[in-house]
Design a protein around this ligand. Sequence first.
Ligand code: GDP
Ligand code: IMO
Ligand code: MG
Length: 425
Amino acid sequence: MSNIVIIGAQWGDEGKGKVVDLLSSGISAIVRFQGGNNAGHTVIAGGKKYILKLIPSGILHEGKICLIGNGVVVDPSALCSEMDDVAGQGIAITPDRLKLSRKAHLIMPYHRLLDQAREQSKDADKIGTTGRGIGPCYEDKAARTGVRACDLEDPDLLRAKIAHSLKEKNTLLAGLYGGKALDVEDIMAQIAPAAARLTPYLADVSAELAKVEDRGGSIMFEGAQGAHLDIDHGTYPFVTSSNTVVGSAAAGSGISPSRLGRVIGLVKAYSTRVGAGPFPTELFDGVGEHLQRQGVEFGAVTGRRRRCGWLDMVVVRESIRLCGIGEIALTKLDVLSGLKEINICTAYMYQGKKLDFPPQMESGMGKVTPVYETLPGWSEDLENASSWEDLPETARSYVRRLEELAGISVSLISVGPDRDQTIMR
Ligand code: GDP
Ligand code: IMO
Ligand code: MG
């Protein structure tokens, strides 16, 4: 079995899109298993930039099957727009290449509105969601009142489900948040074009994955977000609403956990976070500005500035444990060029004790003090480095120290957004 799981080991935006695209060439099928269009995965190929939100990042490789699993929440109109965008860039989108699980839950207009209304009504406790309706859609899934992709083939059931949901949602939207109540027929009319467009793409994703394996093909599981945005294991409540850890790849695509294969953890050479929530190594000085500017750290979905800070090995160490990460793909090492000294957070001080893993109390992460180790920086540009030997000794020492602290190897180093700005070790 040569299946691979790609998982973000920090707070998302580690460069999963680039690595999925890069490693797709030896793979038969790429499947998304959680999250929705809160994800923004950027791939630069042939001088063109593609931002994928719901469509797996393997789509740029001809002949690869791209699947959206049952664990993903899908906004039908957003998926159609993305299909148009990608097709407009010359990539064929056809039902034999793109498949949407009939069991995937659909984001309805009331989910988006509720997500936004809730955020607007909050003050200091805002989560800073992407406003795409992700949380409210997963809520309905858990409440067993959700609309699923298979309902697009059964308009009577779809209408009944929406009508049922609106009783409660309108009370919240109009009553509590002072917005407008929604009408079931308006929603049906809004969804109709997307429903007609998406119906040919509906599939039994679990069965499709089994077929790929029966033919001797291999599967890549493309994670969205990062392990520290996981609803259970992340910095709750400043998390997304799905399980982002590797275990989710099995349940969210309909495959046995024993079939997951190699787990590659994506680690950015520093840390970033979008939205609110504790971030122990966050920088508010010139170094933070350097990382933000050199790394072009703006959210791919919302355009928000990403908060930047030093690499936090406490966070990475926990992701390795939670996800069984066997190797690291290290991205954006080039962004550190030009810094005199580079810090790595190796542990936290919390209530007078040294911690190797994040504290368990909800308020804990906001109260830790990072313990830093300082390494020398380098001035050389890394963007043209194509082998380990091309890297300055100080950059190699940084990678070696990271490996020691992680207890696993770095098998891939990315030194720029392009496919070929990659060092395989
Ligand atoms: P994802 O959500 O994990 O797929 O990551 P994003 O695509 O949201 O953010 C990563 C950004 O960094 C994208 O704009 C990539 O094109 C870019 N990128 C990826 N790898 C590298 C790298 O090694 N160096 C630089 N400078 N940029 C990179
Ligand atoms: P990719 O896949 C970074 C963050 C949001 C917010 C929190 C909850 O590109 O790495 P949500 O809309 O999910 O309810 O927002 O999660 N968030 C991400 N941050 N990268 C992502 O995805 C993210 N998806 C959600 O900023 O803080
Ligand atoms: Mg992203």
